[in-house]
Write a new protein. Structure first.
Length: 267
C-alpha cells in the first residue's frame, strides 16, 4: 500500500483546521492528612466557606474550616480512597441543591442527587444550602394554624404556621408515624412537605416513601435522605438541604412543612 505525500498533507491540514486551543485554569491544593471523613488541604487559600472541592476519583468535599495555612474539608464520599499527597481542585461552586417543581415527588440525597431511580433531577433553579436567615423584624407573628389532622394535637397543642415543634419520646412509640400522618393530612391544603431522613436505615426510608406514595402524598412532598450508611458529612448537611427547599417555597409566598427525622443524629 502506497502512502502519498498529498494524502498526508491533507490529513495534517484537516487536523490543524479542527484544532481548538483551550486553556483551563484551576486552583489546586494538596492533601496534608485525611481521616474520619475530614481532609486537611494546603494550597487553596482562596477557597470559600461551603465551597465544593474535587478530589481524585470524582469525590467531592465541603470546605468547613478555613485556617491561615490549610483548609478543613468534610469529605462527601469514601474517604478511604483519598490519600496524603493527592491533588485537590477548587470548583468555585458553593454547595447548593435543586429546588422547585423538579424535586416534588422525588427522593434525593443531601446534595440533590436522585435516589429513586427516576433519572437525574432536571431543575431550573438551585438554592445555596446556607443562607442568611431573615431578621426578627422581617418575620411575621405565628397567627395561622397548621392542622396535622391528629385531634389530640390540633385541640390541645395546636401548631401554627411558622412555628417549630419538638417531638421527643422513647423509641418505637410512634414519633415518625405522627410526622407521616401530618404530611398525609396536608393533601387538601396549600402546604408543600419536605421529609428529611437523617441517619435512618435505607429500609426504613423506603417504608416511609411507600406509605406516602400509597396515600398520594408524594405529589406535594420531597424526601431528602441521608441514611446511616452515608458519609457523616451528608448527614450533617441534610437539614440544611431540607431547609433550603422549604425557604424556596417561603420566598414565593407559599407554605412548607419540614420534618427532620431525626435531628439528634445530626447533632
Amino acid at each position: 500500500m502506497e502512502i502519498r505525500a498529498e494524502e498526508i498533507s491533507q490529513v495534517i491540514r484537516g487536523q490543524i483546521k479542527d484544532y481548538e486551543r483551550k486553556i483551563q485554569m484551576s486552583e489546586t491544593g494538596t492533601v496534608l492528612s485525611v481521616g474520619d471523613g475530614v481532609a486537611r488541604v494546603y494550597g487553596v487559600e482562596n477557597a470559600m466557606a461551603m465551597e465544593m472541592l474535587e478530589f481524585p476519583g470524582g469525590i467531592y468535599g465541603l470546605c468547613l474550616n478555613l485556617e491561615e495555612d490549610n483548609v478543613g474539608v468534610a469529605i462527601m464520599g469514601d474517604d478511604t480512597k483519598i490519600k496524603e499527597g493527592d491533588t485537590v481542585k477548587r470548583t468555585g461552586r458553593i454547595a447548593e441543591i435543586p429546588v422547585g417543581e423538579a424535586v416534588l415527588g422525588r427522593v434525593i440525597d443531601a446534595v440533590g442527587n436522585a435516589l429513586d431511580g427516576k433519572g437525574p433531577i432536571d431543575a431550573k433553579e438551585t438554592r445555596r444550602l446556607e443562607m442568611v436567615a431573615p431578621g426578627v423584624i422581617a418575620r411575621q407573628p405565628v397567627k395561622e394554624p397548621m392542622f396535622t389532622g391528629i385531634k389530640a394535637i390540633d385541640a390541645m397543642t395546636p401548631i401554627g404556621r411558622g412555628q417549630r415543634e419538638l417531638i421527643i419520646g422513647d423509641r418505637q412509640i410512634g414519633k415518625t408515624a405522627i410526622c407521616v400522618d401530618a404530611i398525609i393530612n396536608q393533601k387538601d391544603s396549600d402546604v408543600f412537605c419536605i421529609y428529611v431522613a437523617i441517619g435512618q436505615k435505607k429500609s426504613t426510608v423506603a417504608q416511609v416513601v411507600d406509605v406516602l406514595r400509597r396515600f398520594g402524598a408524594m405529589e406535594y412532598t420531597t424526601v431528602v435522605a441521608a441514611c446511616a450508611s452515608d458519609p457523616a458529612t451528608q448527614q450533617y448537611i441534610a437539614p440544611f438541604a431540607g431547609c433550603a427547599i422549604g425557604e424556596y417555597y417561603r420566598d414565593r409566598g407559599q407554605h412548607a412543612l419540614i420534618i427532620y427525622d431525626d435531628l439528634s443524629k445530626q447533632a
